[in-house]
Design a binder for this molecule. Structure first.
Ligand code: GAL
Length: 708
């Protein structure tokens, strides 16, 4: 497998097996445990371990002295039990002797403070000198493991940028200048791109440009900020590219991946993803604060859909198995059955390899309460049993699952680095495009409608309905595929603010939605922020001083609503006044005060399809109001009708087969009705009677007799 295959939400993996396993840390245990670990890992049905990502201090204990004995033995012991190794480059944690000898390798924050040895991800990936060390350790390790059959592939680094992505070091500043030279060609073009005439921000020389410092003393230029984040993503990808080039040259048979964690200055459709055989993603939905509000099952689904939307099927090298904690936080505990359920939910959304984090918890360091598959006392308990049950089941189904992709009827435009970062550079108190599409994604998720993320440069013709969530930065090349999609019968829904900026993050000079004005058949004549849905506050950028908090907020008088013949819903985040062209229909209007009667949502028939423009941001209520008729128009049906609350359904498919994945995310049993005649692959049972019972956190994989 090589990387000549274009990134696509429908890209499959061509691994010859379904990777099942655990990250293992031979450096954290008595070497006497290895043999027993390997036996138990193999007995659980696992075929792979991941190791090495934080062990540079052991691979190179002193400058230029290398020692692979511990890891060689681990690779060999595992291999002797039929368990392969995914090795990692250890650049997330340079040894102290290195940063002591060369303090310039440390990242520097905006206040000028260097990061310190003592946690992790403190080295500066933008530093050419750190890149030299990264190449050196990668080459030494690659050559060492070249002929060891136990090592089947590599993970680069570990969760690049998860903890921190920025750097204001001298190296970062100089790299930024080089990046700008390359991107803009001349300083005149840079001045144009950044609007240098505003606040006297133009430059005579690239050498005079600094990274943008936040609030020094007030807001930095949003075009400057956007280019800085483009640079950070580029520098991250180039740091990784060094390693990928070495690994590929040394052994072209290895697969190479990277485990994305927090998506921070990572362009999942850029060089970082293109250089790899496939993307990987670490699944920790219980870790995220949002889960308190949103539920971790949906959060896991939307995150996986997003990563798959960038580059297709993926691997999960880390999925939370038990209670997790670092000194700064503690997660809730996956209940019995939930670890297996979460793992099936990942596969259901395009995961073709999964490892439970981690084999055994550490006894020291900042993650002693991050539980593993077995416990501190080396006793396998319920998590081991669950992991083994899962691995056994998936091992038996692997050949049927591999080669299938996730079916989508509804596509949300994403992920797009420039649009996420462009908004962050000038946020207006608004959610980013990915977050703003949450209400539509969730609506579909809860009803069993097949929905995911697809970039306009991907095959959007495979979808029935496509939503563009407030992509202010509009590339002219995206318009034609959208028009073709509609001509051919697709329903296109364009969110407010789309097309309002240039790729440099300037406001366009024409009437919004600019490049989409003609296709949408509508003009935006006025716009402004609204309070977030349900919030008794002014738009999010304003804070209410405590002494005023008890008073009825001025904003309660500033709310607005949208109405159709069927009802009225509160609007949130943003309003636009729409002026429809002739032939464009108004399907919802603003219904409050000065906006009363002004078109809020319009629709225009184009070719065999329809273009809908929504002059606001989606809320759950607005989705409920406007999307069901659009689904009907697009011929979209749920994958299973009358899906009970808390049950997930997705379909994976290939030319010759379809697999319906169903997961009960609840702690009580549930019965599904309307099941087609099928074989249930987890148990091998036949379903003839149309119903399927799922135990608490129960999962099923149905192979219907007839494909649709
Ligand atoms: C991941 C990381 C692991 C471990 C885990 C639990 O982000 O890659 O090394 O720290 O989180 O916190």
């Amino acid at each position: 497998m090589k990387t000549d295959r274009k990134l696509s939400a429908w890209r499959t993996l061509s691994l010859d097996r379904f990777l099942l396993g655990v990250p293992h840390y031979p450096e954290h245990v008595d070497p006497a445990f290895l043999e027993r670990d390997a036996r138990r890992i193999a007995a659980a049905g696992f075929n792979v371990v991941r190791m090495g990502e934080f062990a540079w201090n052991l691979f190179e204990p002193r400058p230029g002295q290398y020692d692979f004995a511990l890891f060689d033995r681990a690779v060999e012991v595992f291999a002797s039990h039929g368990v392969s190794t995914m090795m990692c480059t250890p650049t997330a944690t340079p040894p102290r002797w290195l940063t002591h000898a060369e303090p310039d390798l440390l990242r520097v924050t905006a206040t000028g403070a260097p990061h310190r040895h003592g946690s992790r991800q403190h080295a500066d990936n933008t530093s050419p000198r750190y890149r030299e060390h990264s190449r050196r350790i990668t080459r030494i390790m690659a050559e060492h493991y070249r002929d060891m059959p136990g090592v089947i592939g590599w993970q680069t680094d570990n969760e690049l940028n998860t903890s921190y992505s920025e750097s204001y070091s001298a190296a970062a500043a100089s790299g930024f200048r080089d990046f700008l030279r390359e991107r803009h060609g001349s300083v005149e073009r840079l001045n144009e791109a950044w609007g240098g005439r505003f606040w006297a921000q133009d430059y005579l020389d690239f050498d005079h440009v600094d990274p943008p410092y936040p609030m020094a003393p007030v807001a930095a230029n949003p075009s400057h900020v956007l280019d800085y984040h483009r640079y950070l993503a580029h520098a991250t990808a180039m740091f990784q590219r060094d390693q990928v080039e070495i690994l590929r040259a040394v052994n072209p048979d290895w697969f190479i991946t990277h485990n994305i964690g927090v998506i921070r200055d990572i362009d999942m459709r850029g060089a970082l993803a293109n250089d790899l055989d496939f993307l990987s993603y670490d699944v920790y939905p219980l870790l995220k604060d949002e889960f308190q509000r949103a539920g971790h099952a949906w959060l896991q689904a939307v995150q996986l859909d997003l990563v798959r939307g960038a580059a297709g099927n993926l691997v999960v090298p880390e999925q939370q198995s038990g209670f997790g904690s670092q000194p700064g936080f503690a997660t809730v505990v996956p209940e019995p059955g939930e670890m297996r359920r979460m793992a099936y939910s990942s596969i259901a959304r395009g995961v073709d390899g999964l490892m439970f984090f981690r084999w055994r918890p550490a006894h020291y360091g900042a993650e002693i309460y991050w539980m593993g598959v077995i416990d501190h006392d080396d006793v396998p308990r319920r998590r081991y049993d669950e992991a083994a049950r899962f691995a056994g089941e998936v091992g038996r189904m692997a050949a049927t699952i591999l080669g299938t992709t996730v079916h989508m009827d509804v596509g949300i435009a994403g992920p797009d680095f420039d649009n996420e970062e462009g908004l962050k550079a000038y946020p207006l108190g608004l959610p980013g495009p990915e977050e703003a599409s949450g209400p539509l994604h969730r609506h579909c998720y809860e009803r069993g409608i097949a929905c995911g993320f697809v970039h306009p440069e991907d095959e959007i013709g495979r979808l029935k309905l496509y939503f563009v969530p407030h992509w202010a930065l509009w590339e002219p090349r995206w318009t034609a595929p959208l028009a073709a999609f509609v001509e051919a019968g697709g329903v296109l829904v364009i969110g407010a603010r789309t097309g309002a900026h240039t790729p440099d993050n300037h406001m366009i000079a024409s009437t919004p939605p600019g490049a989409l004005r003609e296709l949408a058949g509508v003009a935006v004549t006025e716009f402004g922020p609204l309070p977030p849905p349900g919030a008794n506050a002014l738009p999010a950028s304003h804070r209410t001083p405590p002494h005023l908090a008890a008073l009825p907020a001025e904003s309660s008088r500033r709310r607005h609503a949208i109405a159709t013949a069927g009802g009225t819903v509160d609007a949130g985040w943003w309003y636009e006044c729409l002026a429809p062209d002739q032939g464009t229909e108004t399907i919802a209007t603003w219904s409050t005060r000065f906006l009363a009667g002004v078109p809020a949502v319009t629709a225009r028939a184009v070719g065999r399809g329809l273009v809908v423009y929504v002059g606001s941001f989606l809320t759950p209520e607005l989705v409920e109001m406007i999307f069901p008729p659009l689904f009907a128009r697009a011929g979209i049906e749920p994958l299973l009708r009358n899906l009970p609350a808390g049950v997930e359904v997705t379909r994976r498919e290939a030319a010759d087969r379809q697999l319906l994945f169903v997961q009960n995310t609840r702690s009580d049993p549930v019965a599904l009705a309307g099941i087609p005649r099928a074989t249930e692959l987890v148990t091998g049972a036949r379903i003839e009677g149309g119903t399927l019972d799922l135990e608490p956190y129960g999962c099923g994989v149905l192979r219907p007799d007839r494909t649709v």
